[in-house]
Design a protein around this ligand. Sequence first.
Ligand SMILES: N[C@@H](CCC(=O)N[C@@H](CS)C(=O)NCC(=O)O)C(=O)O
Length: 228
Amino acid sequence: MIKFYYSGAPNPMKVALMLEECGLAYEAMPVDTRKGEQHKPEYLAINPNAKVPAIVDGDATVFDSNAVLLYLAEKTGKFLPPKGDKNRGELLSWLMFVASGVGPFSGQSVHFRHYAPEKIHYAINRYMYEAQRHYAIANERLGKHKYMVADSYGIVDMALWGWARLIPTALGEEYWVNFPNVKRLVDEISARPAAARAAAIKDKHKFKAEFDDEARKAMFKHMDVKVA
Ligand SMILES: N[C@@H](CCC(=O)N[C@@H](CS)C(=O)NCC(=O)O)C(=O)O
């Protein structure tokens, strides 16, 4: 059975959605990042990057959410165009667009808007600008196509959903109005039974709720180390 190392954060939730959509048997293994469990040697052996999600599937270990989505899609043959299909290249482009753009810029926008100890206007403006620029591109794409790739629901939609449902946190509630096509996709996916099951996984485990000094030390290690 697949072991799924996770928390309720956006990147693990994309994978939770995919596992549920595929109907794969898996065991959810909580990693409480606010308690620093991502830095334990036994977890670093699975994901040397000390982040969630990761999966262990028999002999295969896969970390990084978008790599896990692709691995599961290839394993099951679901939610991606078939090998050799002309849309396969598009799938890789849009998946990397989410992995290298939507995710990191949204994440940094959340960080500087909500967690940084000082409000640094330059950083907030840069990350909000870049996050919005990426959502605008996805929005335009979804204005012309029902789904991100090959006009069928697939792993790029799931990857986008993971972050886009947090637009209110990354940008502000009022920003939905700028991305109506992204909102349409997010609402459609959130209404799927698999999304409800994915969201319910974390209720089976107790995760630390407080964002206190222990959490800051575990997740913002740069605060204790001067490199610049
Ligand atoms: N590129 C990685 C990023 C993973 C990531 O940043 N995960 C966050 C949760 S969304 C995490 O583990 N944070 C804990 C930490 O930074 O210590 C992926 O897509 O899986």
